[in-house]
Design a protein around this ligand. Structure first.
Ligand SMILES: NC(=O)C1=CN([C@@H]2O[C@H](COP(=O)(O)OP(=O)(O)OC[C@H]3O[C@@H](n4cnc5c(N)ncnc54)[C@H](OP(=O)(O)O)[C@@H]3O)[C@@H](O)[C@H]2O)C=CC1
Ligand SMILES: O=C(CO)[C@H](O)[C@H](O)COP(=O)(O)O
Length: 472
């Protein structure tokens, strides 16, 4: 029997269509609206058994009218002004206690602003981060919610029902107020960039350093997916390496242009980490690598002018076991940096970010889901406030894998195969356990040119060097 929907969704693109079907499948009736009306028609016509639970609408007025108050309206449209436009358009149509949920990849500052603005309105607004791509949205994404406890109590039953489950536990949690959910999603994506980049780097070592064909790379990744590296990204990397191009019959990977796209969340993570003064060099390297990959002309010119950098690795190359350990180390270092950034954001923004719960919601449904995240959730629970690298099993794993990471970076560097994210991880790891760095030189330089002063190792109160008053 058809019921009046209490939920509506705007934006039937890749994510919105899949999420609508997921919501309908969990027993909800929902109204749907899409800018291009024909998309709405096709969507409902192809919804099969779920079609009776969907109410297609062609105007925002009809859309809102089709939903029973108090309404829950989900936006699944591109981040940025499109979200503001929708809020503005919905505003005169909404009633008391209606709630808009922005489920796209919004910048968390926008979400903060929108949530604050909504406090003066009769309707509410929350921002949620949703991860898992199309199949996650359809069958169970990971959901990071920003809002009040009351907002969470209201939306939790639906969001938990549609979310992925890890051993029966829903991968949906309240992260904190305002933009906290979108902040956590942003860091998720920063880590996603880094995870992907490090996998791409070991792929390059196999392809360019050891002349592996794509199916051989697939074999290696498939094997790794049975061990410590078991994860969605390794699993799909094996699948894409195995795939053939239906047009040329060549390996699919070999016909894809090496120019990485990006929508901005990785860049936002790097920018925000800089604002918070938290070093996340693995993520920064991954963002830079995407930017560099897009500079095709410069890369071609560089290769012609200076000679192509890449050579075969020396000797037998690098054993798959060594590469695996290098990737394990790189992954731990990257997550350690990501969680440190989250901890700094919690302090800076006054959010009580639930670190173990963040690791828990990332265990299933999202793009960075992996077995390791379960151990991270336990480590963050048992070692509150501590960096992951000091917590077992990660400290032990790092000790075990450090040499492999170093050997890999050295071999890659000798062969001219760029491994910026792995190298950044190693350099961070070296820096973080260096008793005396070279920052004394920086302090001396700053004092020389700007009389900025420094602290002395002997504690004496003489904050300037003998160069004070220099004339050059
Ligand atoms: N794809 C993914 O893997 C993930 C995406 N996201 C986020 O989800 C959101 C949606 O992404 P996705 O589904 O991939 O995007 P799509 O491009 O597939 O769909 C975009 C949707 O937004 C609508 N839309 C676009 N521009 C406007 C506009 N100016 N006014 C009104 N409607 C508009 C489109 O309608 P029309 O049919 O008329 O063009 C379409 O319904 C984004 O914020 C994205 O970052 C989050 C997690 C994963
Ligand atoms: O949020 C996502 C996954 O978690 C989206 O797929 C997002 O588009 C990925 O980022 P980019 O397009 O910049 O690679």
């Amino acid at each position: 029997m058809s019921e009046q929907p209490q939920v509506g969704l705007i934006g039937l693109g890749t994510m919105g269509a899949a999420l609508s079907l997921n919501i309908a499948e969990k027993g909800h009736f929902l109204a749907v609206y899409n800018r291009t009306g024909s998309v709405t028609d096709t969507f409902v016509q192809t919804a099969g058994d779920l079609a009776p639970r969907l109410t297609p609408t062609k105007t925002l007025e009809n859309f809102v009218a089709a939903i029973k108050a108090p309404r829950v309206i989900i936006l699944m449209v591109p981040a940025g002004p499109v979200v503001d436009d929708h809020i503005d358009a919905l505003k005169p149509l909404l009633g008391p206690d209606d709630l808009i949920i922005d489920a796209g990849n919004a910048n968390f500052y926008d979400t903060e602003r929108r949530a604050k603005r909504a406090q003066n309105e009769k309707f509410g607004f929350i921002g949620i981060g949703v991860s898992g791509g199309e199949s996650g949205a359809r069958h169970g994404p990971s959901i990071m919610v920003g809002g009040t406890e009351a907002d969470w109590a209201r939306v939790a039953p639906m969001l938990e029902a549609i979310s992925a489950k890890y051993d029966g536990t829903p991968c949906a949690s309240l992260m904190g107020p305002g933009g906290a959910g979108h902040f956590v999603k942003m860091v998720h994506n920063g880590i996603e960039y880094a995870d992907m980049q490090m996998i791409a780097e070991v792929y390059s070592l196999m392809r360019d350093g050891m002349a592996y064909k794509a199916p051989q790379v697939a074999d290696v990744f498939e094997n790794w997916n049975k061990g410590r590296l078991a994860s969605y990204l390794i699993e799909i990397s094996a699948k894409v390496a195995r795939a053939e191009d239906p047009i040329s019959g060549n390996a699919m990977l070999d016909v894809i242009l090496d120019k990485a796209g990006q929508k901005g969340t990785g860049r936002w993570t790097a920018i925000e980490a800089q604002q918070l003064a938290v070093p996340v060099p693995v993520i920064e390297a991954a963002v830079a690598a995407r930017n560099l990959s897009a500079r095709l002309d410069t890369r071609q010119r560089g290769a012609e002018y200076f000679g192509d950098a890449q050579k075969a690795l020396e000797g037998e190359g690098i054993a798959a076991k060594t590469l695996e350990k290098a990737l394990i180390a790189g992954k731990i270092l990257c997550y350690a940096q990501g969680f440190e950034m989250l901890a700094a954001a919690a302090t800076h923004f006054g959010w009580d970010l639930p670190m173990p719960a963040i690791a828990r919601v990332w265990r299933e449904g999202c793009i960075i889901r992996s077995d390791m995240l379960n151990d991270m959730a336990t480590a963050l629970t048992n070692n509150p406030g501590d960096n992951l690298i000091f917590a077992e099993p990660f400290s032990g794993l790092l000790k075990d894998c450090e040499a492999a990471l170093r050997d890999t970076v050295i071999a890659a560097t000798k062969a001219g195969i760029a491994v910026p994210a792995l190298a950044a991880g190693l350099s961070w790891f070296d820096s973080i356990r260096t008793r005396r760095t070279s920052a004394n030189m920086i302090q001396a330089q700053r004092d020389y040119f700007g009389a900025h002063g420094f602290e002395r190792v002997d504690g004496k109160n003489e904050p300037h060097g003998p160069w004070a008053g220099h004339e050059d």
